[in-house]
Structures are given as structure tokens and as C-alpha cells.
Design a protein. Structure first.
Length: 304
């Protein structure tokens, strides 16, 4: 199973073009192509990023479509497509909404993707949040927490064992006992869920000292030890001195200075950083990926 060992840090990024949500994409992506998405993923893979992430929504309510868009690719199909175009980067569902699928369906998708990719899957999972989306799928929104808890346990068991309750599933995953499960969310229940059921935690934004402390104390109280991924969402980032408006919250500068700013803002226990780059077109996106990799990745990873 893929883990983030003690003293190690990893750096990943969300794949562009997968969603056109205004909070998760740049304007250039609205006119981009499938080829642009694949190109950016290949660039990040070759540059040394540790993982590529793809989001999950089944259907977007009309009331929020102006901001969120209806364009959200399926994470399993998209990561399978990207697996064939990349060599080394892990493939993260960030995040797969557990209550939307039967655990056997989810486990089947996960083990197949891990097998096809040669053992590169990270199962990022969460509860979901759009009431109308749950209603449209016939899932009880108010039971989403319990459905997620039960689903995570069942998925982990189904990925580990070929036979469960007289039914078998193959192919088997390459990772043993199965791909890691990183649990998402920045609410208190979500952090506790990650601590008790997951192999890692994916916050919805920057990790705060309070949430990290809750995560660590909950694991300690439960007697859970060993390697664990503690996430931190960074962004946006622009390498260099921009000659255009990148927005007041964008971190700019040299690759090493950006990396140092990111590390300084994150709690010390964080060992997994997720970046998003500002760009005006696909070429600039690929240039930004390469520019940060040349000096920034190592600074983020160094345990000094």
C-alpha cells in the first residue's frame, strides 16, 4: 500500500479541465480540450509530482450552476484514461462521494483502476454536500455520514478480500491489502472519520492547527499509529513575477520562495501538499508546472 513515510512529504495537483467550477478552474479551461487535460497531466507526471487528482460530482443543481458548472468528469473513467498516459504519479479521487454508490460497485471500480494502473490508485473519499444531488440519486442526505462510515469499512474489506459473503471480485488490486483510503472533509466529524477509518486526511482547504491537533489526538486515543497522510490544500500559485492580474491571494515568486511560504503556512504535521497553478492558457500551465518542479518540489519535500 502506498504510504507517506515518516520524514517524507509529497506534492500533488488537481488536473485542469476536469471541472469548470469557478472555484476550481481558470478561465482558459472553459475553452480547453481533452487533449489539454491529458497534456497537463503528462507534464506533471514527467516533472515529478507525486499524484494527480480528479474530483467527483454526478449532477449539479440548477440553482448553483452559474458558479459550479455542470462540467465534472467521472473520476474513475478519467483516472483510467490518465493511467494510460502517465508512468509514475499516483492517481487520486479527490474526492469520490461514497454514499452515491453501493460499496461493491465502488470497490469494483477501485480495484480495477489499481490493477490497470499498476498499483497507483489512492482512494480519496468523502460524504458529498449538495442536497439536490442526493435527492436526484435517491440517497438520504441526512444519512450521508453513516452511509460513508459504513461504506468505507465495506470498501476496505472488499478491496482486501477476493471473497466476501460468498461473492468474489477480481481482478485483485496490485497494492496490498488494497489501495490507501484518504478521507476528506474539514468538519469535526470528517476529521474524526479520517482519523479512525482512513489512511490519510484530505482537508477541503488549508489545514488548520486545530484540525490537525484533533486528527492526531483522535488517532492517539484510538491507538492508531503508523504512516498517515496529512493534507494541506494550497493555492493559487504563480511562479515568477506576473505581468497580469493573478488575484490578491496568489502566492508568487521563485519556486523555492513559494515552497518556503507554503511550508511556513502549514502545520508541522502536514506531509501532503496539493497545488493549483494560475495560468492563461495550456502552454502557460505546462510552463508553470515545470517551473515549480525545478526547485520548488524539493524544498516542499525536504525535512529540514
Amino acid at each position: 500500500m502506498y504510504t507517506v513515510a515518516t520524514g517524507r512529504r509529497i506534492v500533488g495537483m488537481q488536473v485542469p479541465v476536469q471541472t469548470l467550477s469557478k472555484s476550481s478552474s481558470e478561465p482558459w479551461e472553459r475553452g480547453a480540450s481533452v487533449a489539454d487535460m491529458g497534456r497537463a497531466a503528462r507534464q506533471a507526471d514527467a516533472a515529478g509530482f507525486d499524484y494527480l487528482a480528479v474530483c467527483d460530482h454526478v449532477a449539479i443543481p440548477e440553482a448553483v450552476v452559474e458558479h459550479n458548472s455542470t462540467h465534472w468528469v467521472d473520476p474513475i473513467g478519467t483516472l483510467g484514461w490518465l493511467a494510460a498516459q502517465t508512468q509514475r504519479a499516483m492517481l487520486l479521487t479527490h474526492v469520490y462521494v461514497v454514499p452515491f454508490r453501493h460499496p461493491r460497485v465502488a470497490a469494483k471500480q477501485f480495484v480495477t483502476l489499481d490493477w490497470l494502473s499498476g498499483g497507483r490508485l489512492i482512494c480519496g473519499v468523502g460524504v458529498g454536500h449538495m442536497v439536490e444531488e442526493f435527492a436526484g440519486l435517491g440517497v438520504d442526505y441526512h444519512r450521508r455520514g453513516q452511509l460513508t462510515n459504513d461504506g468505507i469499512k465495506a470498501i476496505a474489506k472488499l478491496m482486501e478480500h477476493e471473497w466476501v459473503d460468498g461473492l468474489g471480485v477480481a481482478p485483485r488490486p496490485v497494492q496490498t491489502p488494497g489501495p490507501p483510503i484518504w478521507v476528506a472533509g474539514s468538519s469535526v466529524p470528517a476529521v474524526r472519520r479520517a482519523a479512525l477509518l482512513g489512511d490519510g486526511w484530505l482537508p477541503q482547504g488549508p489545514a488548520t492547527p486545530e484540525l490537525v491537533e484533533l486528527l492526531i489526538s483522535t488517532r492517539d486515543q484510538a491507538g492508531r499509529d503508523g504512516d498517515f497522510a496529512v493534507g494541506h490544500i494550497v493555492g493559487p500559485v504563480y511562479v515568477g513575477s506576473p505581468t497580469w492580474d493573478v488575484g490578491p491571494t496568489t502566492i508568487t515568486g521563485t519556486p523555492s520562495s513559494i515552497a518556503e511560504q507554503i511550508r511556513a503556512a502549514a502545520p508541522g504535521a502536514v506531509n501532503q501538499f496539493q497545488l493549483r497553478f494560475k495560468a492563461r492558457h495550456a502552454d502557460e500551465m505546462c510552463e508553470q508546472i515545470d517551473a515549480f518542479a525545478d526547485g520548488g518540489l524539493q524544498v516542499l519535500r525536504d525535512d529540514t
